[in-house]
Design a protein around this ligand. Structure first.
Ligand SMILES: Cc1cc2nc3c(=O)[nH]c(=O)nc-3n(C[C@H](O)[C@H](O)[C@H](O)COP(=O)(O)OP(=O)(O)OC[C@H]3O[C@@H](n4cnc5c(N)ncnc54)[C@H](O)[C@@H]3O)c2cc1C
Length: 378
């Protein structure tokens, strides 16, 4: 058995990559170790409509859960900031359906997908898989967080996310709760799928995710849990090398999720698209520069923003609850309106800069972080 490209992992990154390679007429096989595409789901499903458009996919009615209208940020002391999120055009998608939708796009272009078939080992153009040995010209590693954790454990946080039914979940309202003691370096969240149903999660450095989420839910009110997910998230930014010899790494496996929120549907999907295009060009030209252009293009799109996000997250790790409360108290209605009107869900460090008052009179962060703060402003 032989294919131009074998892709391990049939989620956003692997499937978008397969779609692009198949579109250019090359043979591509996608291997998925689980029984079903999109399952088990481990995602909140929050994504920008502009990101989806850039990825070349319009969510079907089955895929789209609901648009987001508002975001509510709560400080440790209970100070609330309500942002009007309509202009950000963010939606909640159902990943079980979304991943199948991409699989269908890839299959229509000519990709072959096999579930319950895992990649075991690969070397010298031969992949040892659950379906025997397969020859390839390029191997794409789209195996998600497990792949990057094998290389480096330092950039992960523990997370827990429960799918719940609860009367207090409001359709269109995303909630983010900060408390550095309970969720060091991260936060707790509520992502609505509709009225009375959604996903609630927590993540943080060194936390016991089970007890943290149980306590968070207790504080929110009555609920019924219908599904539990425990998964590490990667917050250290991209690998230095996405391409090594004839192996190409994409998505979470390449560290392409946002360092601030670990959101990766758009940036990991874009990794798949850019890698797929670069691989297709390389298969035609045999010029390695074409293959390596994948990393350059992904960095051009996300590199600078991700560097700032890494810094912003490290700042959050160093703030104490009192300082976060004082930052929240200093935000004026004008600043909130400015953030609601002008900020971008995918490139959100401008909003963080505004919250910290770096260009205004508050300058909280400047007093704490001194000269380092230039990293956020640059
Ligand atoms: C709790 C939680 C909530 C999240 N919420 C959001 C959100 O709201 N918005 C957002 O944008 N992002 C969110 N993310 C991140 C998002 O889910 C990931 O960034 C995204 O799914 C990464 O896609 P991927 O294709 O790189 O990897 P994955 O989605 O992890 O897929 C990897 C695939 O590879 C398969 N695989 C693994 N090993 C093998 C093997 N040996 N052989 C074959 N197949 C294999 C796996 O079964 C899996 O299907 C969340 C993540 C978590 C953990």
């Amino acid at each position: 058995m032989s294919y131009d490209v074998v892709i391990a992992g049939a989620s956003v990154a692997g499937l978008f990559c397969a779609r692009e390679i198949a579109k250019s007429g090359h043979s591509v096989l996608v291997l998925e170790e689980d029984f079903e595409i999109g399952t088990p789901e481990h995602c909140g499903g929050l994504v920008s409509a502009s990101g989806l458009q850039d990825l070349g996919i319009i969510p079907s009615t089955k895929t789209l859960d609901s648009p987001i209208q508002r975001a509510r940020l709560t400080s440790p002391g209970g100070k609330i900031l309500d942002l009007d999120a309509k202009k950000q055009n963010v939606v909640v998608i159902n990943r079980r359906e979304f991943d199948k939708q991409i699989a269908h796009q890839a299959q229509k272009n000519g990709a072959e997908i096999r579930v319950k078939t895992s990649l075991k080992e690969f070397k010298d153009g031969k992949a040892n898989t659950g379906a025997g040995t397969i020859d390839y010209k390029i191997l794409v590693d789209a195996r998600g967080i497990a792949s990057i954790i094998n290389r480096d454990r330092t950039g992960t946080l523990q997370s827990a996310q429960y799918e719940i039914y609860a009367d207090w979940i409001q359709k269109g309202l995303v909630e983010v709760d900060f408390d550095v003691q309970k969720y060091p370096g991260f936060f707790a969240w509520v992502i609505p799928a509709g009225n009375g149903m959604g996903k609630v999660g927590v993540a943080g450095k060194g936390i016991n995710a089970v007890s943290a989420i149980e306590k968070y839910l207790e504080s929110k009110g009555k609920h019924s849990i219908i599904r539990k997910v425990f998964a590490p998230i990667w917050v250290n930014g991209p690998l230095d090398n996405f391409v090594q010899e004839n192996t190409v790494v994409v998505g979470d496996a390449a560290g392409q999720a946002k360092p601030t929120t670990a959101g990766g549907i758009y940036s990991c999907g874009a990794g798949g698209v850019l890698a797929g295009k670069a691989i297709s060009n390389y298969l035609e030209s045999k010029n390695r520069k074409d293959l390596e252009s994948y990393q350059t293009q992904w960095n051009q799109k996300f590199g600078k923003e991700f560097e700032k996000q890494i810094f912003a997250r490290k700042m959050l790790e160093r703030l104490d609850n009192t300082t976060i409360d004082s930052i929240f108290s200093a935000i004026t209605p004008e600043m909130l309106k400015d953030m609601s009107d002008n900020d971008d869900f995918d490139f959100h460090t401008t909003a963080i800069v505004k919250m910290l008052g770096l260009k205004g009179s508050l300058k909280v962060a400047q007093s704490i972080f001194g000269g380092e703060i230039r990293k956020l402003l640059g």
